[in-house]
Each structure stands twice: as structure tokens, then as C-alpha cells.
Design a binder for this molecule. Structure first.
Ligand code: HEC
Length: 178
């Protein structure tokens, strides 16, 4: 970010601010951000969620959940199989899973989630035969095979992004309670 500062008598100087997001405040937050954005397991979270200025906001905002729910609860939501927003849209020619972005007049904008990178489609509402809670779609982290340490790192990043916490999340905190 570049700020133009007025120091009087028409004199300006520019101040270069290094984005705080460039370096994480702890190694765990760094690792978590890397998984969020670039994980080779499953589809990286950042393709569908936006947090701390990175990623794309297609799925729900994770901030509130990340600051209020504990590590095990968060892992359960990553692996959930019942969904609130994603629907299977049946048209005469095809059915695809998607999440509605907005409705304008008779046109609906839907992110098509049947592709690895969601694609925004504009569909005439009249073409939609049915839109039912999805049974075809699966939240990518559900089957991604993340290790407990990777999940702990992800949650470390989520919590830092949500409320600035840098408390280290241990792998044992994301494993099912004994
Ligand atoms: C292909 C897109 C996509 C990817 C990749 C993805 N998500 Fe999601 N996520 C969604 C959508 C869509 C929902 C909403 C599902 C619903 O309830 O209908 C969601 C829901 C969630 C929720 C629950 C939020 C709430 O308020 O109900 C959490 C937490 C979450 N995702 C975390 C993650 C994490 C962490 C990753 C990466 C490890 C990830 N997601 C990867 C699309 C994605």
C-alpha cells in the first residue's frame, strides 16, 4: 500500500507500507496460510474462501466460526457432509452443484462447484427445473487426507486471521477426543 502524506506547504512524501499479511506472525500461521492457498491435497481452501486478504470469497466467510469454534469443532465442519448453501441445480440438459451468488430479475448468478476451480455462471431462473440441497457435492477438505499437523496449522492460520490469536494449535487438539 502506498500512502501520500501531506507535510505542509504543498510538500508531499510517499510512505511505503509493507502489507502486514506478507509475513505471518508465527511459523504455524505461515504454514497454515501455505496450506490454505497452495495445498496439493484436495482443492486449496483459498479457491473458495477469503481470509486475511487472500483467497476468493465463494463459500461462506470463515471469520466468525474460526474465532468461536474450537479446533475439533472446526475439523468437523471441514469434514461435514450436510450443507446449508450448496444446491444441485437441475436444468433440462444437465445437473450441476453450485452456490448462489446473487439474483437479479430473472437471472441468477451461480458459482458452479462441479469444476476444480469454481466458475461463475449466469442462468435464467426459468431454465432451473429444481434446486435442492446438494447430494452430489462434497466439501473438498472432507476427503483430502490432511494430517493432524496440517489441520492444526490450518486452524492456527484461521484463528490468527479471525482474531489475531497466535496461540499454537497442537496436533493432539484436532484429533478425536480419546
Ligand atoms: C471448492 C470450494 C471450496 C473449497 C476448496 C473449500 N471450501 Fe469450505 N466451503 C465451501 C462451501 C461452498 C461451503 C458452504 C457449504 C454449505 O453449507 O452449503 C463451505 C463451508 C466451509 C465451512 C463452514 C462454514 C460455515 O459457516 O458453515 C468451513 C469451516 C470451511 N468451509 C473451511 C474450509 C477449509 C479450511 C478449506 C480448505 C482446507 C475449505 N473450506 C475448502 C467451499 C469450499
Amino acid at each position: 500500500m502506498r500512502l501520500l502524506i501531506h507535510v505542509g506547504c504543498g510538500v508531499f512524501f510517499t510512505l511505503q507500507l509493507v502489507a502486514a499479511a506478507e509475513a505471518g506472525p508465527s511459523p504455524q500461521v505461515e504454514r497454515g496460510r501455505e496450506i490454505f492457498l497452495n495445498s496439493k491435497k484436495g482443492t486449496p481452501c483459498g479457491r473458495c474462501h477469503s481470509l486475511a486478504g487472500v483467497g476468493k470469497a465463494i463459500g461462506p466467510n470463515l471469520g466468525t466460526l474460526a474465532s468461536t469454534v474450537g479446533p475439533r469443532g472446526l475439523v468437523m465442519t471441514f469434514k461435514m457432509t450436510v450443507y446449508a448453501y450448496v444446491k444441485d441445480y437441475a436444468l433440462a440438459t444437465e445437473t450441476f452443484s453450485g452456490i448462489e451468488r446473487k439474483k437479479e430479475g430473472t437471472e441468477i448468478e451461480i458459482y458452479d462447484l462441479s469444476q476444480p476451480t469454481p466458475v461463475l455462471r449466469k442462468v435464467d431462473a426459468k431454465r432451473i427445473i429444481s434446486a435442492k440441497q446438494t447430494r452430489l457435492w462434497k466439501h473438498p477438505p472432507a476427503g483430502a487426507g490432511y494430517t493432524s499437523q496440517e489441520l492444526a496449522d490450518l486452524i492456527g492460520f484461521l484463528k490468527w486471521a479471525a482474531n489475531g490469536s497466535v496461540t499454537e494449535i497442537k496436533a493432539s487438539e484436532v484429533e478425536p477426543a480419546p
